[in-house]
Ligand binder design. Structure first.
Ligand code: 6R9
Length: 661
């Protein structure tokens, strides 16, 4: 996509004014204090050096903090050496905390496993020895294509332990997506499973690996390690394929971690959504681990007795930083759940919160809106009183979804942290600090202590409070990407050429009158209607603020009269779902919602068309694929839908619309 980014809306600012100051009891016990901002402001690099020394164990202490001489490729803590798996596992065992639960695993069929830090140490050491025995060593790349299992965490840490970079490919991606990632990373090993459980049934994974490896550019792969999860029939290539349990059984439980330089590659993660060659985002060890641990400790207010649950899949960056590296480096106890939230029933997540006494929950707005759609009587049937902090990530959260999350899930007391960051940033960048910041529904608000972010206009000038523009990061940060795998030029072009010397995030944002940052969606999602710039997010928020709407996606469809026209796709809340089942009903719903948007934002933002649909097309990381909706809105054949989490959604939408016409 080469559409020119457009400046986001200046005129149509959200007029959300609610704020929730921290409860004094929460503030009194919080890890974060307002003084963190002062410390970081007084000496930014010194602040990061302190975090790196306090939160991470170094084999060789570093003496240098930041080397920016090869900008925009940063080197952080470069003369230090460490090992990420040692930090995530061994040091907790050495500190006498081996019996502490690291992972409460819950499989979709209901099987469970409790894994202590000592268990994790044995498994990671065994797996590291097994990888070495298969000829994998420091500097190699390993592709991991697994469901959400304990073995997935072990596999990632085993790679880190031997100094091989892992590249996790989401288990739902197609064989061809897998093939192109294997080829680009020139991986020598693939770790997969026979299958995983999804919506109540085993779903095979290994056939996609076989297909990928039959394709072009994958000759570098020498072995495939296969975790047995479902026990289903699995085709086998003797000599190449090896069962994970066989390889681990014969492996020693002692393994000396490979101490690597702070700038040694830890992982490559391919980002979705771009055309052509996949973009392999490269992260290294010391800076990444420092910021993952720091943000996890302060943004989630992690304490010893917390039970933490991040619902993200390891195939997404959130799973890397907030299932694996952040929580484990901090010695947390966490829940990992294999399956979907509605299997075998729509209360599954809340049942797990009650069962494990989850105190910190980190999830995505799309999941929250889905739960809104299912109705609040479902979570109401479970005891959610253990929850004391809630997080959101992945897309702007509509104020109404935020309010619902706070009231229905958080019992009106748990602070919500809306965390803005990207695969490229490696860790959270903009978020309230719980116990310090008065939170505002729908805003990620403030750069964390140590992070420099701003909103600028077309000429890179910071906008005044009340203004809108582009979100940029103006100083290097420890967990920043170190490039795009094998393509330095593309790295510079993509992120550093829009504004010279500062990082262009690709998101539109505004500053409110307090200077707090509100994210407005990707700049390429901005519409231009009759010369007025409108944000998709803003109109979606207006729609979701209406009682009958559970979820909304807005696209700009080309229009002869106005340039672009606003087309909205909405899902109605359960109790109102059949209001649109007759043509008259649908017409009335559309009229009501159009008027509502006009009232909330202004007549210019009124959607030209509102289509009531049963589902929205989403990627595996929960992002709505507006490109496909634009195809529907512009009456085109729907384009490539292969990266959808559920590829049948587009048929469902098209069938529903033609039946309704
Ligand atoms: C962590 C992750 C990055 C893009 C980012 C932005 C959107 C993420 C957000 C948010 C508003 C938030 N995004 N968090 N927008 N508020 N709290 O999602 O990484 O998959 O790389 O996506 O997601 O548009 O640029 P990634």
């Amino acid at each position: 996509m080469t559409t020119k980014p457009e400046a986001p809306s200046l005129e149509n600012l959200l007029h959300e004014t609610r704020a929730f100051p921290p409860a004094s009891a929460f503030a009194a016990q919080a890890n974060a204090q307002a003084s963190l901002y002062d410390e970081a402001a007084a000496d930014r690099l010194g602040f990061w050096a302190t975090q790196a020394r306090e939160l991470v164990s170094w084999h060789t202490p570093f003496t240098q903090t930041l080397d920016w001489s090869d900008a925009p490729v940063a080197r952080w803590f470069a003369d230090g050496t460490l090992n990420a798996a040692y930090n995530a596992v061994d040091r907790h065992v050495e500190a006498g905390r081996g019996d502490r639960v690291a992972i409460h695993f819950e499989g979709e069929p209901g099987d469970t496993r409790t894994v202590t830090y000592a268990d994790l140490q044995r498994d990671v050491a065994r797996a590291a020895n097994a990888l070495n025995a298969l000829g994998v060593s420091k500097g190699d790349r390993v592709v991991i294509y697994l469901p959400m299992l304990v073995e997935s965490v072990v596999a990632m840490l085993a790679c880190a332990r031997i100094g091989a970079a892992h590249s996790v490919v989401f288990g739902g991606f197609s064989a061809d997506a897998l093939r192109s990632r294997i080829a680009d990373a020139e991986a020598t090993l693939v770790i997969t499973a026979d299958g995983g459980y999804r919506r109540g049934a085993p779903s095979a994974l290994k056939p996609a690996v076989d297909e990928a490896l039959a394709g072009e550019g994958t000759d570098t792969v020498r072995h495939v390690l296969v975790v047995r999860r479902t026990g289903q029939e699995t085709a086998w290539t003797p000599g190449r394929d090896i069962w994970w349990h066989d390889a681990l059984e014969s492996a020693d439980t002692f393994h000396e971690p490979v101490w690597v330089d702070a700038e040694h590659p830890l992982f490559i993660l391919y980002t979705s959504g771009t055309t052509g060659k996949p973009k392999g985002i490269l992260h290294t060890t010391g800076g990444y681990l420092t910021q993952a641990a720091y943000t996890h400790r302060y943004v989630f207010d992690l304490k010893d007795d917390d039970v933490y649950w991040c619902t993200a899949d390891i195939g997404w960056v959130t799973g890397h930083s907030y299932v694996v590296y952040g929580p484990l480096t901090n010695g947390a106890t966490q829940v990992i759940y294999e399956g979907t939230p509605d299997t075998p029933h729509r209360g599954r997540w809340w049942e797990l919160v009650e069962k494990y006494g989850v105190s910190i929950l980190y999830t995505a707005p799309t999941a929250i809106r889905t739960c809104m759609k299912w109705g609040e009587d479902i979570p109401a049937a479970f005891d959610l009183s253990s929850l004391r902090l809630l997080g959101s990530v992945g897309e702007p959260i509509n104020p109404e979804a935020w309010m619902w999350y706070r009231r229905v899930i958080g019992g009106d007391t748990a602070p919500i942290v809306d965390t803005w960051w990207q695969t490229e940033t490696g860790a959270i960048m903009i978020s309230p600090l719980p116990g310090v910041t008065a939170t505002k529904p729908g805003s990620a608000q403030v750069p964390l202590p140590g992070i420099a972010a701003d909103v600028v206009d077309d000429e890179a000038h910071p906008v005044p409070d009340g203004g809108g523009g582009y979100l940029v990061l103006t100083e290097p940060w420890p967990a920043m990407l170190r490039g795009i795998w094998g393509d330095r030029q593309r790295y510079e072009d993509t992120y550093w050429s829009r504004f010279r010397g500062i990082y262009f995030a690709g998101d539109g944002a505004k500053k409110d009158d307090d200077g707090d940052i509100w994210l407005l969606g990707r700049v390429d999602d901005v519409m231009n209607v009759s010369g007025h710039r409108l944000s998709t997010t803003e109109i979606e928020s207006a729609l979701v603020s209406h009682d009958i709407v559970a979820e909304a996606a807005v696209v700009g469809a080309s229009d002869d009269m106005t340039g672009q026209a606003v087309v909205a796709f909405v899902i109605l809340r359960g109790e109102h779902a059949d209001r649109a089942s007759t043509p008259e009903g649908a017409e009335a719903v559309q009229q009501e919602l159009r008027n509502h948007v006009a009232k909330e934002i202004g007549p210019i933002a009124k959607p030209k068309r509102i289509l009531v649909v049963p589902e929205l097309p989403k990627t595996r990381s929960g992002k709505i694929m507006r490109r496909l909706l634009r195809d529907v809105a512009e009456n085109r054949t729907v384009g490539d839908a292969t990266t959808l989490a559920d590829s049948s959604v587009m048929e469902l939408i098209s069938a529903g619309l033609s039946a309704g016409r």
